[in-house]
Design a protein around this ligand. Structure first.
Ligand code: UD1
Length: 319
């Protein structure tokens, strides 16, 4: 939303605030509190705003939770998406951008993984998103709408100007958890699995700075508008992986302190390694990542963590 606003696109936000925060939306951006599956509300917003494109970020993201509660994920990520796509089609919205995921690949047959490799998710989270990709493909073949399915790898960091960042309590993302530990909000980081078939035995991921990912959305929108006959499915990652140990070491070198680490069993639903082949996004969009550096990603995540602490103490809240 900030990237769209910075690029001078008119934007309105719909969020049920289940995990989002009202403070994340600036006062000059129209905000609607509600659910993407509320067809009446979505129709009203599209008509009020003259909406020409939907960017659909809403959904549940915690992989192990999807293993424990799959129906929640099929409701929030698949059924709610279906309702939103239907509302867009009924209102004649011509462009739709969807937050998909590298979890659609499951355990990739090769690394780095490219878009055409088999999609065999190993957790309900990945399936719930892959089903929505399928719906979009079918809908784009039947109706005058094109779509961008952006397969996010591991999103991390925060807005470089510290205007926004991950704020939900009970975070599970590695970099978020690690910066919470580095800033004293938690006392240790559990390493889930040290016996993977990776160079140091811990899981390997392709961490992408949230602002580079946001920039990719703006460019994808422009490409959908320029080529209404074409839809896009693209990996969003830098094409290089870091292990859990390398991430924790990088946080330590930013702070000059050492995070306490514990070794725990593998987490259900976790593949050993997920690294993107970014050839397609590089060939399709004029995308020039600005923050492809693990230290920068961590520094921005850290700055946001300090900002959150200031906001909490201003509210007199220690939580
Ligand atoms: C993340 C996203 C998911 C996205 C996917 C794409 C979350 C919860 N999920 O999954 O939405 O589609 O990337 O690949 O962010 N780890 C630890 N200790 C921790 C936390 C994590 O060792 O406390 C390890 C995990 O086992 C994994 C790596 O760090 O190897 C990254 O985990 P995490 O940040 O949770 O993201 P993913 O599960 O990869």
């Amino acid at each position: 939303m900030l990237a769209l606003r910075d690029a001078a696109w008119p934007v309105a936000v719909l969020d049920n605030l289940a995990t989002g925060f009202r403070f994340a939306v600036p006062d000059d951006v129209s905000f609607y509190e509600g659910d993407v599956s509320d067809a009446e509300l979505v129709a009203q917003i599209i008509s009020e705003q003259g909406t020409r494109a939907v960017m659909h970020f809403a959904g549940s993201v915690v992989v192990p939770e999807s293993v424990a509660d799959p129906l929640k994920f099929y409701a929030n990520n698949t059924a709610a998406s279906r309702a939103l796509i239907e509302a867009a089609v009924k209102a004649g919205v011509p462009h739709f951008i969807f937050s998909s995921t590298a979890a659609t690949y499951g355990v990739p047959e090769a690394s780095p993984v490219s878009e055409d490799m088999p999609k065999e998710p190993i957790n309900p989270y990945g399936w719930s998103k892959l089903m929505t990709e399928r719906m979009l493909a079918d809908v784009a073949a039947a109706h005058p709408i094109n779509y961008g399915a952006l397969r996010y790898f591991n999103v991390a960091g925060a807005d470089p100007q510290a205007r926004s960042g991950q704020s939900t309590a009970g975070a599970t993302h590695l970099i978020k958890v690690a910066v919470e530990a580095a800033t004293g909000k938690r006392d240790r980081v559990a390493i889930f699995g040290t016996d993977y078939d990776t160079p140091d035995g811990t899981g390997v991921r392709d961490y992408i700075h949230v602002s580079d990912l946001a920039a990719a959305h703006v460019l994808a929108l422009e490409a959908l508008i320029a080529h209404p006959e074409r839809s896009l499915t693209m990996n969003c990652g830098y094409g290089r992986g870091f292990s859990v140990t390398e991430v924790l070491d990088a946080v330590d070198s930013v702070t000059g302190a050492r995070i306490t680490r514990t070794h725990e069993p593998r987490r259900p639903g976790d593949p050993a390694s997920l690294v993107s082949d970014p050839s397609r996004i590089r060939a399709t969009l004029p995308w020039q990542p600005q923050y492809d550096d693990l230290g920068t990603i961590i520094a921005h995540a850290m700055a946001w963590e300090h900002r959150l602490a200031e906001m909490r103490s201003a509210k007199g809240d220690n939580g």
